[in-house]
Design a protein around this ligand. Sequence first.
Ligand code: NAD
Length: 284
Amino acid sequence: MITDKNNRTIENLSGTWNLHNGYKMPYIGLGVYKADDGEEVINAVKWALEAGYRHIDTAKAYDNEEGVGIAIKESKIDRKDIFLTSKVWNSDQGYDETIQAFNDSLKRLDTDYLDLYLIHWPVEGKYKDTWRALEKLYKEGKIKAIGVSNFLKHHLDDLMKDAEIKPMIDQLEFHPWLVQNELQDFCKQNDIQYEAWSPLMQGKAFENETLKELGEKYGKSPAQIVIRWDLQNGVITIPKSTSKDHIISNSEVFDFELTDLDMKKINALDRDERIGPNPDNFDF
Ligand code: NAD
C-alpha cells in the first residue's frame, strides 16, 4: 500500500485524510483563484466534479462563489459528498463582521454549511476576534472544520494562546521552491494539516529542469510530478486550472510513486523563495 511520509494511505482522487477533529478532507482539490465568475468557473468546477474531484477551494476574495455554487448544484452530486472551502477576507475580519461575511458566503454559494472556512491572512489585531467567530460557527455545526491560511509559526503560537479550538488546517504557499520544513514540523506536532496553495508555482514549475527530467522518467507532466510530491509529503494540494484537459491530467497521479531519492531531489530544489506575498509583510 502506498502511503505519505506520515503513513497515511494515498488511494485515489476522492481519497481523504482525517483532520484532528476526525472530519475527512480530500487530499486533492480544485483551486479557483482568478477563475472568472460565470461560465469559466462553472465549467471548471463541473469538469472537476465529472473527473472525480470532490474538493473545491474558493474564497470571498476570488469573487466567484456564485459560480461555484451553481456548478455544484448543476452537477447533481450530493452536497455532502463535496468538500467545500471558503475564506474570510481581510476587510471582513473581526467577530461580528466575520459572522456576516460567512453568512454572505453561504448565500452566494447557495449552501447551508461549509466544510472548511479559513482566515485568509493573519490581519494583526483582528485575527483572534475572527477566530472566535469561526469557533462559534463551528460549534453551531455550520462549519465542519476551521482553519487559517498564511499563518506562520508565531501567528499560530499567538492564536493558540487564546483559542479554545486549535486550527485544523494551515493553507500556505508551498511548492518545490518554498518548503518551510520547520513550519511543516510545527504544524505536524500540533495536528494542524498543511495545505499547499500555488502548488504549481503558478506555472513556473513547468520550466524547471529537474521536474521536466522526472516527468520524462515517470512518463508524467511536471505538474503531475509536483502534485504527487505534495501527496507523498503529506500535504493537501489544490492545483488551479480552468482547462478541462489540465483539470483531468492534474488528477492522474495515482498510478505511479516517486522513489525516496526522487522525493529528495525535489526537496533539494527548496530555495526559500516565495512567488506570493510574505505573511509578515502584506499590505492588503
Ligand atoms: P497554481 O500553482 O495552482 O498554478 C495555476 C496555474 O498553472 C494556472 O495558470 C493554470 O492555468 C496552470 N496550470 C495548471 N495545471 C496545468 C497543467 N497541467 N499544465 C499547464 N499549466 C497548468 O496557482 P494558484 O491558482 O495560485 O494556486 C492554487 C489555488 O490555491 C488557488 O486557485 C486558490 O484556490 C489557492 N490559493 C490560496 C491562496 C491563499 O492565500 N490562501 C493564495 C493563492 C492561491
